[in-house]
Every structure is written in C-alpha cells, then in structure tokens.
Design a protein around this ligand. Structure first.
Ligand code: SF4
Length: 402
C-alpha cells in the first residue's frame, strides 16, 4: 500500500516535471501563460478557454488535461454496472438533432407499460447492477405520480438500486402537468425513490443556438433552475453539453461557464458529460460530424475549464470504445457502464455501437490496456471494487487499443 502510494506520488511528480519541460518549450505567450495557470491550479477565464479551443496544440491540451485529472484522481478510471430504461420515445417536442423521438402511432414509437418496465427490471435481479438510468421522450400524458409509481415498482424488484432518472426537460413538463411547484414535484419524486438526475437536455445554453436546435423545450434558465433546486433538496445530478453541430467554440465556453458558476453555488454536479452530435436520421444531418481530434480536444478543454466538477465522462455508447479509451489520456476519468444494450438514443442517431453492451471484464480490460486503473463505482462514486490488481485479459476479445 505504502509502495503504491510512493509510486503514485512519483508519477505525479514526474508528470509535473514533464509539464514544466513542455511549457518551457511553448513559443506562444498566451498559451504558455494559460499552461502556467493550469499547473499552478488556478482557474482559467472564458477568454483563455477560447484560446485553448482555438489552439491546434493537441498534445499540450492533452498533457494539461491529463495533469488536471491526475491531480484529482490519480490514474483511476471509474465505471459502473448499470442498465437503461427508456420508457417511451413518444415526445411532444421536435428537437432538430433528435433521431429518437416519435409521434403517437408513428412507426417505431413505443410506450412501455409499468408491467413491461417491471419485466425489464426483473432481468437484472442478482446481476450486481447498482444503477438504473431512466430517460425518454416527453410523453403527452404521464405525470409525477405515474413516474413515481414506476420508480417504486422498480425498487421493489431491485431493492437498493440507485434510480438516476428524468432529464430537466422531462421534469419540467411532468411537474407542470401535476400542477406542482418545482420544489413540490422534485420532493415528491424523491419521496417516490428518485436518487439523482442525469444531465441530459442541456444541449447548448446560448439562446441563439438553442432557438435553432430545440426552441420549444425547457429553456436554459429552466434547465439551470431545475438542477439548482434539485441540489438544494439534496438530489445530486450530472450535466452535459451537446457539441459538434452548429455551435461555435464561444458557445461551448459560455455553456461550460454557466455550469461552472452553478457548481460554485451548489456543488451538486458529480460529472460533466460532453455529448457528441451524431448526424443520422435527424434534421441537422446536413451539418455532418466533427472528427475524433475534435472530440479529444473538447474533452481536454472541458477538463481544464471545469475545475470544480469532480468527474469528466466519455459516454462510450455515443463515442465508441476506442475513442473512449483514447479520451482517458485527455482528461476523462469515467467511461460510464455496462449498459447491456438497453439504450437506443445514440444508435438511432448513427453511433457505431448498435447494441451497446460491455461486461465488467471488458470494461476492466479496456481501461487497463490504456494504462489506467479500473475502479467499479456506484452512481455517487463510492468505490465498489478496485480491479487494478486483477488479471482479466483471458477470454476478452474486443477491438481496443494496445
Ligand atoms: S431530444 Fe428529447 S425532448 Fe427533444 S425531441 Fe428528442 S426526446 Fe424529445
């Protein structure tokens, strides 16, 4: 134990020395000043964030982000055992980037009954899953009590499971439909068993972009106030940013700045999850997709800029296993979970992972092959199992780096 701590501090010191060497070789004075701030653990400004985005010095961005993640988490990479329930894809909204939503009766629409949802939950009895992630379309009729009953019945089948459920967009509508105030609605859902809130629905906060990609659903102010209220009521949450469509770098900085400011007030966000726009089957398909270098740059800038949000996640069903693996060297410390082929949101929008599912063994292998330490966590980042000393390579046959 003492030896491993010695190596850990040796590694951090080595990174620090290497960073100083790298910084001394930077010719660009603005970049150099930012790098020095990051090394001194100082917060960077919006303008400095923009300079990072506009830089093509990817190796420097990666090194700085790696330095920040090492300072926060050493070489730990977190994952969990989870599954998703998407109760319906029927939605009253029509976001331009969405390939998931359907109108009632439209081909491809689904709306599970609570009994069908119970059947999904039963499949995970005795499987060691610790989290169910529930998000879906904004249904025209379902309210807080309907979803509350759903949570209660899932927890009856899977006692102790953490229910992370409902984007701010779904919450805004179901709470209004139930004629409750925001506080009343969130407290009622907490009473039913809601444990935390996922980060979806944030998209891009800048109103000039939001009005073009999702003009009718929860506004920026609504999204932020829902998360702020949840945090005040003791309900933690995550946050996201949809990038790589019609937004510019300054919109991303504005978005992250609003999240960083809220986190300064509440400390309620656990994880920031950049979500890549995928271009199949939606009204923004003409835009195309950004490439992997842009994904890596985005992770790196996010890690450097979001100094107060503990974790940065690469959601592997969206970005693919290999990019998720690479992202670990660009500031990412979490690659989500086993998923077990229970989400359709990204496969319908063109992600390579058509049936996303990974065993614990595969996740551990992916993380180890990238040179990091795999740690199984629960939703709130309590350590469930440290796999760093276990050899799990036998029998794993998936295309990963290394
Ligand atoms: S992104 Fe969400 S709110 Fe928008 S159309 Fe799709 S399911 Fe509905």
């Amino acid at each position: 134990m003492q030896l491993s701590k010695h190596f850990e501090s040796y590694e951090i010191t080595s990174i620090f020395v290497a960073m100083n060497f790298l910084i001394s070789s930077i010719k660009d004075t603005a970049l150099k000043a930012i790098a020095e701030k990051v090394l001194a653990n100082e917060r960077i400004t919006d303008e400095e964030g923009l300079i990072l985005y506009e830089s093509n010095h990817l190796s420097l961005l990666g090194s700085l982000a790696h330095h920040v993640r090492t300072r926060k988490h050493g070489k730990n990479v977190y994952f969990n055992r989870n599954f998703h329930i998407e109760p319906t894809n029927i939605c009253i909204f029509t976001c331009a980037f969405c390939a998931f939503a359907r109108r009632p009766g439209e081909e491809g629409a689904w709306e599970y009954t609570i009994e069908e949802i119970e059947n999904i939950a039963r499949k995970y009895q005795g499987k060691g899953v610790t989290e169910v992630h529930i998000v879906g379309g904004v249904h025209p009729k379902r309210d807080v009590h309907y979803y509350g009953e759903m949570i209660q019945r899932i927890k009856k089948i899977l006692p102790g499971i953490h229910v992370k459920a409902f984007t701010a967009v779904e919450l805004a509508v179901m709470i209004a439909r139930s004629k409750m105030t925001l506080e009343e609605g969130l407290l009622k859902l907490k009473e039913y068993g809601l444990d935390s809130i996922p980060g979806g629905g944030a998209e891009i906060f800048a109103e000039d972009i939001r009005s073009q990609i999702c003009d009718t659903k929860a506004s920026t102010d609504q999204w932020l106030i829902i998360h702020e209220t949840a945090h005040k009521l003791g309900i933690p949450s995550n946050c996201t940013m949809l990038y790589g469509h019609i937004e510019k770098y300054h919109h991303r900085i504005d978005h992250m700045n609003r999240l960083r400011a809220l986190q300064d007030k509440t400390s309620g966000f656990n994880t920031f999850i950049p979500l890549k726009f995928r271009d199949d089957n939606n009204d923004l398909s003409y835009v195309g997709e950004v490439n992997m270098l842009e994904d890596l740059k985005n992770y790196a800038v996010a890690r450097i800029f979001m100094d107060n949000i503990p974790h940065l996640k690469a959601y592997w069903p969206m970005i693919g296993k290999q990019t998720a693996q690479l992202s670990l060297s660009y500031g990412v410390d979490d690659i989500d979970g086993t998923i077990d082929d229970t989400t359709k949101i990204y496969s319908m929008a063109g992600a390579e992972e058509k049936n996303p599912a990974l065993s614990t063994k595969e996740l551990v292998y992916i993380i180890k092959k990238a040179g990091f330490l795999p740690i199984e966590r629960d939703t709130l980042y309590n350590v469930i199992h440290d796999y760093s000393k276990e050899n799990v390579q036998d029998g794993v046959d998936i295309p990963v780096l290394g």
